[in-house]
Write a protein that binds this ligand. Sequence first.
Ligand SMILES: Cc1cc2nc3c(=O)[nH]c(=O)nc-3n(C[C@H](O)[C@H](O)[C@H](O)COP(=O)(O)O)c2cc1C
Length: 189
Amino acid sequence: MKKPRILVFGGSLRAESYNQKIAAIAADAARSAGAEVTLISLRDFRLPLFDEDLEAAEGMPEAAKQLKALFLAHDGLIIASPEYNSTLTAALKNAIDWVSRATSPDESPLYALTGKSAAILAASPGGYGGSRGLTQLRPFLVNIGIFVMPDQVTIPKAHEAFDAAGHLLDPSQTAAIHALSASLVAKLS
Ligand SMILES: Cc1cc2nc3c(=O)[nH]c(=O)nc-3n(C[C@H](O)[C@H](O)[C@H](O)COP(=O)(O)O)c2cc1C
């Protein structure tokens, strides 16, 4: 059976991001389910705000090229993103905007995105767990040609949800992340 390659990241740039923590749990889960997994943090890429004039003058920044290469090298995505003002974060949208750009004339737009499959998750200190952001993230991904797994996982009260080592205190939440990650691995296998 083919071993699917899955790129996992959080949609927050914050060093102590709860979403990066659940991304790490999902990465472990996908690895246990048989995938080849790369866990990254958008914080490490420091992408400039997408600007067509900047792109025309200087081309794609090195960090965006590296991120796009990672997308191209993987079959699936696991994205754990907070909601900012009830929608996806600017950092996540900006990253996808850079990755969506063609870097050679033979590439179609969205070349690094279309045809992939994704699982989405969110964590928030609030009671909704970032679920309103996922209702925006889902159609955004679908509209750029990414299949999004029907199930999703949200972690409300995220500031109380983890132990010092970054594990979730509630085993049912860990189990839900494992089930979602395993379903993505199964879809890609
Ligand atoms: C600009 C901004 C807007 C936010 N809007 C929401 C929101 O709409 N809903 C929510 O649950 N939390 C909101 N929050 C709180 C975030 O969920 C919280 O900061 C969370 O820890 C961010 O995710 P992270 O821990 O992965 O960085 C907002 C935070 C910021 C900075």
